[in-house]
Design a protein around this ligand. Structure first.
Ligand SMILES: [Zn+2]
Length: 266
């Protein structure tokens, strides 16, 4: 399920009701009381249905460590409950580097509780590019193009597979080809589409995000069934996102824009 689909910083206000303004967070419900969370943006903090009253083991896969992908942790209540467990997975040379990257958002003087003092049980798994299993879900990994790097995840459960490629800036042929190969035949590709092609060309080349046209090109090349555009520009209104979807639908058969509450079957 999509919990947050806004890039860079949260958005709020009457022009952003339908798609929502929380930053990136997706969840997969495949193991009882063990949700898989991809990115801990502010969408995580508002996922009250994940607070069940039962001890819960959260598996948190992080695409990268930019603030908008971690901020939801600061106010996610289970993180401060001793009965809960959090395993963080992120691409890093080792556990200490992963711990330091996540701990940054809890460091003094920016937050009152340091990561070492968080009451829940917290552990870290540094990823390389080797696939691994979370219960019945196979997780494959590809490194893509973004300032300081980003990881795409392909989650396969039975016959269904969903690729999450947020914060990828298309345009480097070798990296785009890697993503196409990675996403080949997926049921769903959730792909960054923060900018319009015009914005990217004139203002935001090198800012780490793609356009809807890039997303369509990669979805078509990978022959995925459905494309979901994500990482919406926080300044984009609901109506402007609708316009982007309409343009993308002229070039790809099955496109929609991620909104909070969108269920992607796994
Ligand atoms: Zn980023």
């Amino acid at each position: 399920m999509v919990r947050g689909a806004t890039g860079s910083t949260p958005a709020s206000g009457p022009s952003r009701i339908r798609y929502g303004g929380h930053t990136t967070c997706f969840t997969v419900d495949a193991i009882p009381d063990e949700p898989i969370v991809v990115d801990a943006g502010t969408g995580l903090a508002f996922s009250s249905d994940l607070v069940t009253g039962r001890p819960t083991h959260f598996h948190v896969l992080l695409t990268h460590f930019h603030l908008d992908h971690l901020l939801g942790l600061q106010t996610f209540r289970p993180f401060f409950g001793a009965e809960h467990r959090f395993t963080f997975y992120g691409f890093a040379p080792g556990r200490e580097q992963l711990r330091a990257a996540i701990g940054g958002v809890f460091a003094e003087p920016w937050f009152p509780v340091q990561l070492d003092d968080v009451p829940s049980h917290v552990e870290f798994v540094a990823l390389n590019e080797a696939p691994f299993w979370l219960g019945p879900v196979l997780v494959n990994i590809a490194r893509l193009h973004h300032p300081q790097g980003v990881t795409a995840f392909r989650l396969t459960h039975g016959r269904r597979s969903v690729v999450i490629a947020t914060d990828h800036e298309a345009g480097q042929p070798g990296v785009d080809a890697r993503l196409v190969e990675f996403a080949i035949g997926a049921d769903v590709l959730i792909h960054d589409a923060q900018f319009t092609p015009e914005e990217h060309e004139t203002l935001y080349d090198g800012w780490g995000h793609s356009t809807w046209k890039d997303a369509v090109r990669i979805a078509a090349a990978a022959d995925v069934d459905q494309l979901v555009l994500t990482s919406h520009d926080p300044f984009r209104t609901d109506d402007q996102i609708d316009e982007i979807v309409a343009l993308a639908r002229r070039e790809f058969r099955n496109v929609e824009a991620a909104y909070e509450g969108l269920a992607v079957p796994m």
